[in-house]
Write a protein that binds this ligand. Structure first.
Ligand code: B12
Length: 256
């Protein structure tokens, strides 16, 4: 068996068992050997997540196993994404993404980032638990056209409004468009806090970001479903696989 075939097999097994550092190392080795990133995704990572889903359905895997497998896949995708997303053209626009203060849920945000980068946006990821003060510093520093806020708790959703007010107080509100999302968020809620748009999933976050750029007067190609290259379609498939698993996890999650 060639080293390339071994890498695919080991990637499959280590994604299945959720060993993130090993999947990261194997993915890098594969890229260094000149393997096609699409083969790594479609012949190792995505089949592994599909198997995770099957094991969950038959009761052999539980939410923690699904989470660590999804994380392992995300680590591999972090290596593949710049290669798949490298279209060699100027970024479509700059987006600053964060999870609001008090909230550590980042899987949904990270999926949006993967899709936004795949669609040609430059994304600054501020991570989780980001205070309004840090937001203002980052907007001043990076001068993005768009800011995206993610919240997954009913107790942290109000930080959308706090962040928007902080932008107003800093005189930055008319310099950026604000998009929001997260499991408990609805379009009505987004509008009530003064956001410019709401995205229910990662694909929609791309459409929304492009629409907001157009609203601001930028020329952005609006290509329907957002998939315009092999790389973009591959990332969409990978994001779909992670989203599928997470939806199963949602049904099982125990609060408190
Ligand atoms: C995984 C998970 C966790 C993980 C988070 C791991 C991580 N690194 O993210 C851990 C275990 C840490 C966790 C902790 C907690 N959790 Co939790 N968690 C979840 C769970 C099961 C899945 C969330 C997720 O990642 N979904 C996967 C993604 C893909 O979901 P998605 O919504 O489809 O994401 C898309 C959109 O939302 C959109 N989107 C997201 N962000 C953005 C941003 C923009 C700009 C746009 C346009 C779009 C967009 O695009 C995403 C991609 O397609 C949810 C269940 C649920 N219904 O969401 C509970 C859930 C969110 N958690 C909950 C709770 C209660 C907690 C804890 C308080 C539990 C506890 N007592 O400790 C803590 C809080 C920690 C904190 N301070 O944040 C509750 C919240 C209830 C509520 N009403 O507030 C939920 C709803 C579970 C439940 N039914 O009780 N959690």
């Amino acid at each position: 068996m060639s080293r390339e075939e071994e890498i695919k097999r080991e990637l499959y097994e280590n994604t299945l068992s959720g060993r993130a550092p090993i999947t990261e190392k194997l993915t890098q080795e594969g890229i260094d050997l000149g393997m096609d990133p699409l083969d790594i995704l479609f012949q190792a990572l995505i089949p592994a997540l599909q198997e995770v889903g099957r094991l969950f359905e038959i009761g052999e895997y539980f939410v923690p196993e699904m989470m660590i497998s999804a994380k392992a896949m995300q680590r591999a995708m972090a290596i593949l994404q710049p290669i798949l997303g490298d279209t060699g053209v100027e970024p479509v626009g700059k987006v600053l993404m964060l999870t609001v203060k008090g909230d550590v849920h980042d899987i949904g945000k990270n999926l949006c980032i993967i899709m936004l980068e795949g669609a040609g946006f430059e994304v600054i990821d501020m991570g989780v638990n980001v205070s309004p003060e840090r937001l203002i510093d980052a907007v001043n520093e990076h001068q993005p056209q768009l800011v995206g806020f993610s919240a997954f708790l009913t107790t942290t959703m109000p930080f959308f409004k706090t962040n928007i007010e902080a932008l107003e107080d800093a005189g930055l509100r008319d310099k950026v468009r604000v998009m929001v999302g997260g499991a408990p968020i609805t379009l009505e809620y987004a509008m009530s806090v003064g956001a410019d748009g709401f995205g229910p999933d990662a694909s929609q976050s791309v459409k929304l970001a492009k629409r907001l750029m157009v609203d601001m007067g930028y020329e952005v190609e609006q290509d329907g479903d957002g998939a315009s290259s092999d790389g973009e379609s591959a990332m969409r498939a990978a994001v779909d696989a992670v989203e599928g698993l997470m939806r199963k996890a949602e049904e099982e999650h125990v609060s408190g």
